[in-house]
Design a protein around this ligand. Structure first.
Ligand code: FAD
Length: 429
């Protein structure tokens, strides 16, 4: 049977767009990526590759590259108190690897983008191509660019990020909202970082109205530092925007000296305001579909934005490669499979802001007590951080964990399930 969908044009060559191209190519479709930037530039920041994302990178044959450039985490979600570094909770990732069949990695974004690019034909990627609109009919869809060029395809995927130029075709056009939170990021040379920050651990320091996260990347040569603080009247939203190390240090005055030593090791600091959007019901309009941040931008507090974009990409390829499905039906199926799950992660990510930023007081004490009650290292007398009590079942058991006040991170989070092999409603297996 001839395929209903043969040619796919992807607008946006970020993590989502490149992953879509890689999965679509693997499924035998003709795919072209159109990226507005004139060159792929290095973005100096790190990224957590959770098991749901690592598993899909493995499917693309990129796992060796991930292991070669990234760091395998031994402990994740190690929450510490701002004043003295007291460990409130830590998750042994050997447990989660056993449960999900995949490790958790941390990588430099530039390394991840290079890996994804290696899975796409270089001639399929077109730089300096800014998408501005589409028009479509029963036979196909045409993508228009700012320079007046056009390209014809069976399907267009808008993977053009939170400011998507094409999103307004699918859903009510409205700009994203300023969240009142800004992010600071830096890559600190490992030799300038305290020992604590060089461990293969994702550490989150929680304090009043702000938190700071760090983990090693680039085989441990650099420490990725990202902090979230009130934005005040700062409203610049760009990975290129710069801040000052002394201003970042001032945000954390009075915090544990090890954290301040890490900040002091930062040479250059990026700073930008975080934007927010609500989940939308519709991701598709005929032959056009949204993917990644264009569909579901989320606060980075669950480290899942890229993971969800890559899940979108994998699901999209399954739907579009069904020879019996006309393009609009295939995209409707993609939306049905992905929409609910991505929206849940989006909403949960937003909810973490209040949880992480509680000022000292009764609510913070309740939160920390819940952390302690859930922490395998706190609750196992005599245990050390290398021998946590197993919480998530054994190799044979695979129990689903339990929900507690702090338990969003200890119970298996919903997004670590593999939606692509689910046989339930909307599943694809
Ligand atoms: C501080 C921070 C930390 C994060 N940490 C994590 C983490 O640890 N783990 C994780 O999974 N996620 C994380 N995320 C989220 C993750 O970065 C994003 O969800 C992910 O990059 C989204 O990928 P995307 O391809 O959808 O969008 P983008 O990365 O925004 O890429 C969009 C691409 O489209 C291009 N483009 C834009 N407009 C057009 C146009 N009109 N025409 C053509 N091209 C266009 C852009 O130049 C860009 O290359 C974090 C985010 C932040 C801000």
């Amino acid at each position: 049977m001839p395929r209903a969908v043969r040619r796919v044009a992807v607008a946006g060559g970020g993590i989502g767009g490149l992953a879509a191209a890689a999965f679509l190519r693997r499924a035998g479709l003709e795919v072209s990526v159109f990226e507005q930037a004139r060159a792929f530039e290095e973005i100096g920041a790190g990224l957590v590759v959770a098991p749901n994302m690592g598993r899909l990178l493995r499917r693309l044959g990129l796992h060796e590259g991930l292991a070669a450039s990234g760091v395998r985490l031994e402990v994740g979600w190690e929450f510490r108190r701002w004043q003295n570094g007291e460990v409130l909770f830590g998750q042994c990732l050997d447990d989660s690897a056993e449960m999900y069949g995949e490790d958790t990695w941390v990588v430099h974004r530039a390394d991840l983008l290079a890996l994804l690019r290696s899975a796409v034909e270089p001639t399929a990627v077109h730089l300096g191509a800014r998408a501005v609109g589409v028009d479509q009919d029963a036979d196909g869809i045409r993508l228009h660019f700012a320079d007046g060029n056009t390209v014809d395809a069976d399907v267009v995927i808008a993977a053009d990020g939170i400011h998507s130029a094409l999103r307004g075709v699918v859903t009510r056009p409205e700009p994203p909202r300023y969240s009142g939170v800004c992010a600071w990021r830096s890559l600190v040379p490992a030799e300038a970082a305290p020992d604590l920050a060089r461990r293969p651990v994702q550490t989150l320091w929680l304090g009043p109205h702000r938190h700071l996260v760090h983990y090693p990347v680039s085989r441990g040569r650099l420490i990725n530092l990202v902090a979230f603080t009130p934005a005040g009247d700062f409203d610049v939203e760009s990975w290129e925007s710069r801040g000052r190390v002394e201003d970042l240090a001032a945000e954390f005055e009075g915090w544990d000296s090890r954290l301040l030593a890490l900040v002091a090791g930062a040479g250059e600091v990026g700073r930008w305001a975080l934007l927010d959007r609500d989940p939308v019901d519709t991701w598709t309009a005929g032959r056009l579909a949204l993917l990644g941040d264009a569909a579901h931008p989320m606060f980075p507090f669950f480290a899942q934005g890229a993971g969800q974009a890559i899940e979108d990409a994998a699901a999209l390829a399954v739907c579009l490669s069904d020879p019996g499905l006309p393009a609009p039906d295939a995209l409707a199926r993609y939306e049905a499979v992905r929409g609910g799950r991505a929206a849940r992660v989006q909403v949960a990510s937003r909810g973490r802001r209040g949880h992480h930023h509680l000022p000292d007081g009764p609510e913070q004490r309740d939160r920390d007590a819940a952390f302690a009650a859930d922490d395998p290292w706190h609750t196992t007398p005599g245990s050390t951080p290398t021998t946590p009590r197993r919480r998530h079942g054994s190799r044979s058991g695979r129990s689903r964990g339990r929900a507690t006040a702090a338990g969003w991170h200890t119970r298996p989070p919903a997004w670590t399930n593999d939606a692509l092999t689910s046989t339930g409603p909307g599943g694809l297996a």
